[in-house]
Ligand binder design. Sequence first.
Ligand SMILES: NC(=O)c1ccc[n+]([C@@H]2O[C@H](COP(=O)([O-])OP(=O)(O)OC[C@H]3O[C@@H](n4cnc5c(N)ncnc54)[C@H](O)[C@@H]3O)[C@@H](O)[C@H]2O)c1
Ligand SMILES: O=P(O)(O)OC[C@@H](O)[C@@H](O)[C@H](O)[C@H](O)CO
Length: 382
Amino acid sequence: MLAVHFGAGNIGRGFIGSLLYQSGFETCFVDVNNELVDLINEKGEYRVVLADQSHEELLVKNVRAINSAADADKVIDAIAKADLVTAAVGPNILPLISGLIAEGLKKRTSPVNVIACENMVGGSTLLKEKVYEKVTEEEQKAFDERVGFPDAAVDRIVPNQSNEDKLMVTVEPFYEWAVDETKIAGEKPPVEGITWVSDLTPYIERKLFTVNTGHAVAAYFGKQSGAETINEALESDKIQHLLSETLKETGQFLVKKYGFDSAAHDAYIKKIIGRFANPFISDEVTRVGRSPIRKLGAKDRLVSPAVQYAELLGKTPVYLAKSIAAALLYDYPQDPESVEVQETIHQKGLSAAITIFTQLQEDQPLFKEIVKQYEDIEKNGI
Ligand SMILES: NC(=O)c1ccc[n+]([C@@H]2O[C@H](COP(=O)([O-])OP(=O)(O)OC[C@H]3O[C@@H](n4cnc5c(N)ncnc54)[C@H](O)[C@@H]3O)[C@@H](O)[C@H]2O)c1
Ligand SMILES: O=P(O)(O)OC[C@@H](O)[C@@H](O)[C@H](O)[C@H](O)CO
């Protein structure tokens, strides 16, 4: 069985690649990082190490790689032969890989599934839209018959790392990969470790609005207080408090919306905070806070739960508003999205920036609370 996986980065090698290998797949990674591609082809294997006391290692074999910037035809051929196509490149990159996927799919007559493993609601659906923009109506109809784009929720913390062995990747032991079984074409891909679900929305919202909201809170407040890593941020009682209060807010609306058991959800939150504090992981606040424009988006981990909280509970979420304010204050010159947010605030003012990045309007109580919290952090710190 052949899997073509776009993005040989942290989650690509450390999570998707390792499960594919354990399930008997040969994996062909597609990436634009030449050094990574050459190394994978030279070694044909890499190590995945668990970030816990055991330091258990898995040697992932049967891997090769293609540089899509140099060898587009090879990528198209690989997709034509693949039993599964996956991606973990980041939401903003999905449109850029859609053309190659469209070309590869055109060469097929047998069914195949394409799964985007990004931190967003509807990642595979977005990829499908971008692929469909590249093909004729007739080809779209043919794809409807034999190509599945099931959405997914993926959870495993894989920090940036610089190991002497550049392919080696350290990962937390926990993982979850939930995939929507209702959108599958043909047979379910036999990947051990996938949880097939008939309704993905509660899974992705619970994950994105707990793990990723909490992570963003630790990163943005951590940055404000001078912490470099998530563990360092969590050493602060103040940040621990902000984290647990924010996750109480997202928890309240998730429990109300989906009928989750409240005690089970509290245990889920507790487990996640424990994962953030894993002493065997050093995760930079600048990785976790990366791309603040994406994270401030209306459907992402801060604004969506804040809006849904206000709608479902009929009050304004104070801690989510404060977290949005901290994201707006995130100033990291090496991150182009942070630079754009800071320039927009500087040139157009805070209110205009809030509307541009969050789509919230000035008359909304949440908007006013964000402004209040922003001014408070500027004046008094977090
Ligand atoms: N790292 C985590 O803890 C984690 C966990 C769950 C989900 N995710 C999600 O997985 C995705 C990838 O995250 P990551 O942490 O692995 O990032 P990463 O930067 O380590 O990996 C992304 C890879 O994509 C490659 N890439 C960029 N443009 C490309 C293109 N046009 N074609 C092919 N490859 C391209 C990059 O070179 C890089 O190797 C993101 O959506 C992220 O939210 C990450
Ligand atoms: O990948 P991002 O930028 O969407 O979010 C950063 C982290 O919160 C994220 O990568 C987590 O480590 C991951 O989602 C854990 O499952």
